[in-house]
Design a protein around this ligand. Structure first.
Ligand code: ADP
Ligand code: MG
Length: 839
């Protein structure tokens, strides 16, 4: 016989049916309860006590609960872990309910829609994707700031790259994902997937500036947001189209290899370019800076415009200091605006908004005082919205706090009725004081006093020992252990006035507050515009601050594919090196040099040199100054990298597979205007195999692409390629040997590295002389053999040792005359120079 289900449980089951993929928090009295599976799982995750309903029945229902006042904390925790939480609230006053209290889900909180998120100032992007005739469309929005954008993307890898760059934690799928795509998103990237195949007509966007597919996915995203948030969100901005092609392209592997916004160790900001450059003072500035780093510019005019302003800020120290002071007083207005729209803004939020707005005229003044065209333009967009700060100032008490039901929010003078209630309350208070002293005198009870509590209202408090003096006109209200509570006709009259005033005034205050809040809502789009301008000013200010601190210079741009970086540094390595000196390096790639082949021992600085280049390029194209003495650059359209051994372990791809697919991306997509960094490509496979591929890739880039390419390699044989590839040059990282110690100079020098370097190091390490001689012999033998890969093309150009001896007898003679055991390293270097000279 099936067990009888109580009406309450039936209501729960009915609601739960609609939210199978979410934890359902079911409000019952002062608790939110979870049942069945939800209870079992949540008890474990949230460390709640698991109990059961109908304990004595045959099938007790597992149950767990959290107190309603602490519910947010539990929701945050669940959502943080990637779960959805549906909140079912009581829709009527339980006291007035006939039968079972009406309940309904009022919000579904999901990782992508969490607004009071614990992610600090960071954006929380909810992404929606759709398929359209082989292409993909992607829309994203941040519910906490209202930002809303859409784009079309050519293929799935690009789509995944964009999702990863946005650091989305939830993806709304507008089409039925196939298994492979689902695995990539859900398993490898740990993203929660929500489906939204239908469009609610209410949220149909039909913007003519967007394609049909873009409108469609935007509509699906809005439908999803409405379905989960269950409220109209006035702060969502009109969806805006963007093109990834309008920005310097970098895939996610490149961004993470270069540690632009997240470090490799823990995915945090520390030790990244973003961490270094973030000298912003506002949350809005921080977010914008991060977005800039993710999307460096391509248009020279736009870049120069940012740099012009950085230069002005740099040149005007005192004005910049004033500006920074004012920026410090600006709160996160974007988020405040969204709280207003969500109906979550509290009195303190409005006060913060007002305080922020009051800084705007000061910022405007500073900008205008500098009397520069670029700043006056920015200043024009700074709208201090005086009527809004005036409204808040007039209405909201600066001492107002987070509670909106207990009064103390609205200022005196804002509303006549409220003032009247308050006067009554104030009068009442003095009447009570008067009555208290009058009765004290009349009765002679020295300890008599008038108190108030919710249950008994106003009463005379009389202790046990004084009960005999209680006058006739007092009547008993309550009896306690050591005292009694009395009322009187006079007290009841005052009480009535006061209770009414108290109750009505807090209700009125609450209503007035909501009124002010909905008035503020009308200013949301102006607040968002203002926020953007402030964020821009703040980010540019940050560039000036860091440029001054770290002695950066303004780069210049050319159109002829020449790179001239004099004494460049790696911004992040330099900043964290502290007392040690960073060794600056030039990066010189004339128009006719596409590829630089970098050789040198391990730990000498090859990778750092390559990254330094990429960072300088990125910094320049976001409008920042750069760490160098001089920097002249072309504008790059994309950066491709194959750096480090960041095995994609989760996906089970081997190092070599990752290497080759990253190399492939570069080869498929790079143009003559791109930058490619290949660090030790080919390492993941057998030597000849890897070397052959490395050479073939270099040749391909050389002949077919012509992108500026830095190629660090341990395949010494590849240095011969400069003989056949005119656009390739060799450089190496210089080392210094002194008294048997090798010092890495971290200095890039022309030409290939010394090939017998390994044997050299072995010698210093003290390996037996005979062993070293043997190694030398083997090396010579190996070198006399035809070199694989290189050999294939270069047969005719390969010099035999015999030719060499004939043509350079003088050189050989000199070499023979040197007594290696008898010279200092200084002399050795000199001899080496001479030999090179002779060559
Ligand atoms: P490689 O790629 O040649 O093995 P890395 O570029 O990884 O070498 O550099 C090894 C270490 O040397 C770095 O961690 C850094 O501390 C130091 N280093 C590299 N380049 C420089 C430099 N220009 N100035 C100072 N220290 C450097
Ligand atoms: Mg390296």
């Amino acid at each position: 016989m099936p067990e009888k289900i109580s009406p309450g449980m039936q209501q729960y089951l009915d609601i739960k049916k609609d939210y199978p993929d979410a934890f359902l928090l079911f409000r019952m009295g002062d608790f939110y309860e979870l049942f069945y599976e939800d209870a079992v799982n949540a008890a474990q995750i949230l460390e709640l006590t698991l109990t059961s309903r109908n304990k004595n029945s045959e099938n007790p229902v597992p149950m767990a609960g959290v107190p309603h006042h602490a519910v947010q904390e539990y929701i945050d925790k669940l959502v943080d872990m990637g779960f959805k939480v549906a909140i079912a609230d009581q829709m009527e006053d339980p006291k007035k309910a006939v039968g079972i209290v009406k309940r309904a889900v009022t919000q579904v909180v999901t990782p992508g829609t969490m607004v009071d998120a614990s992610n600090g100032n960071d954006n929380n992007f909810l992404v929606a994707i759709d398929k359209n005739a082989g292409h993909f469309v992607l829309a994203y929005l941040d519910l906490s700031t209202g930002e809303f954008k859409v784009t079309e993307l050519p293929d799935f890898p690009t789509l995944v790259g964009e999702i990863a760059s946005l650091r989305a934690r939830e993806v709304v799928a507008g089409y039925e994902l196939n298994e492979a795509h689902r695995t990539v998103l859900a398993k490898q990237m740990n993203i929660l997937i929500s489906e939204q195949l239908e469009i609610d007509e209410k949220f149909l966007t039909e913007l003519s500036k967007l394609t049909k597919a873009e409108n469609q996915i935007s509509s699906k995203l809005l439908t999803y947001v409405n379905r989960t948030q269950m409220r109209d969100l006035s702060h969502l901005q009109e969806v805006e189209h963007y093109e990834i092609k309008d920005f310097l392209q970098m895939d996610f592997a490149t961004k993470s290899a270069l540690e632009l916004t997240a470090n490799k160790r823990e995915g945090k900001k520390h030790g990244t370019l973003y961490g270094l450059l973030d000298q912003t003072k506002t949350a809005m500035g921080t977010r914008m800076l991060k977005a800039w780093i993710d999307k460096p510019l391509l248009k020279r005019a736009q870049i120069e415009h940012r740099m012009d302003i950085v230069q002005i800020f740099l040149d005007n120290f005192f004005e910049r200091a004033d500006l920074i002071e004012s920026l410090k007083g600006v709160y996160d207005m974007e988020r405040l605006a969204s709280r207003v729209s969500f109906g979550k803004a509290l009195p303190v939020d409005l006060i913060q908004l007002k305080n922020s707005l009051e800084n705007v005229p000061v910022i405007k003044n500073v900008l205008e005082s500098l009397n520069e065209k670029s700043l006056t333009e920015l200043s024009k967009n700074l709208d201090p919205i005086p009527e809004l700060s005036e409204l808040i100032n007039r209405a909201i008490d600066t001492a107002a706090m987070r509670v909106i039901t207990d009064g103390g929010i609205i200022k005196a003078g804002y509303n006549a009725q409220l003032d009247k209630y308050r006067e009554a309350l104030e009068n009442g208070t003095s009447w009570i004081a008067e009555l208290e002293s009058k009765e004290k005198q009349k009765t002679g009870i020295s300890t008599l006093r008038i108190d108030y509590n919710r249950k008994d209202g106003y009463y005379f408090h009389i202790t046990q020992s004084q009960l005999s003096s209680v006058p006739e006109h007092f009547y008993r209200k309550a009896t306690l252990k050591n005292s009694e509570r009395y009322g009187s006709k006079e007290l009841a009259e005052i009480e009535e006035v006061m209770l009414e005033a108290r109750e009505k005034s807090s209700v009125l205050e609450y209503d007035l507050f909501l009124e002010v809040r909905s008035e503020v809502e009308k200013y949301i789009s102006r607040l968002q515009d203002l926020s953007k301008t402030i964020a821009t000013i703040d980010s540019l200010q940050a560039f000036a601050t860091i440029a001054e601190k770290e002695a950066y210079i303004r780069p210049t741009f050319n159109d002829n594919q020449e790179v001239n970086i004099v004494a460049g540094r790696h911004a992040v390595v330099e900043a964290i090196m502290g007392a040690q000196e960073y060794v600056p390096n030039d990066i010189i790639l004339p128009e006719n040099t596409a590829i630089q082949l970098i050789t040198g021992p391990n730990m000498s600085g090859k990778s750092t040199y390559m990254r330094q280049f990429a960072l300088i390029v990125i910094m320049a194209q976001i409008g920042s100054f750069v760490p160098a003495e001089r920097a002249e650059l072309p504008i790059f359209d994309a950066i491709f990298t194959r750096i480090g051994a960041s095995d994609n372990l989760i996906s089970g791809e081997s190092t070599f597979m990752v290497e080759m697919s990253e190399a492939n991306r570069a080869i498929q997509h790079a143009t003559a205007h791109s930058l490619i960094l290949f660090d030790e490509l080919g390492r993941g496979t057998a030597t000849y195999d890897g070397m052959a591929l490395a050479q073939a890739i270099i040749e391909y880039v050389h002949d077919k692409i012509g992108a500026k390419t830095l190629f660090a390699t341990h395949y010494h044989e590849l240095t011969e390629l400069d003989k056949t590839l005119p656009l390739l040059t060799n450089v190496h990282v210089a080392t210094l040997e002194e008294n048997g110690n090798v010092t890495f100079l971290h200095k890039i020098a022309a030409g290939p590295a010394d090939k017998s370097y390994g044997i050299h190091v072995a010698k210093i390490a003290g390996l037996p002389e005979t062993l070293l001689e043997r190694a030398d012999l083997i090396l010579q033998k190996l070198e006399n053999q035809p070199v694989p890969a290189v050999e294939l093309e270069n047969n005719d150009k390969q010099l035999s040792l015999f030719d060499f001896e004939e043509n350079h007898s003088e050189l050989i003679a000199k070499l023979k005359s040197v007594n290696v055991d008898n010279i200092t390293s200084r002399e050795a270097l000199n001899i080496l120079w001479d030999l090179k000279e002779m060559l």
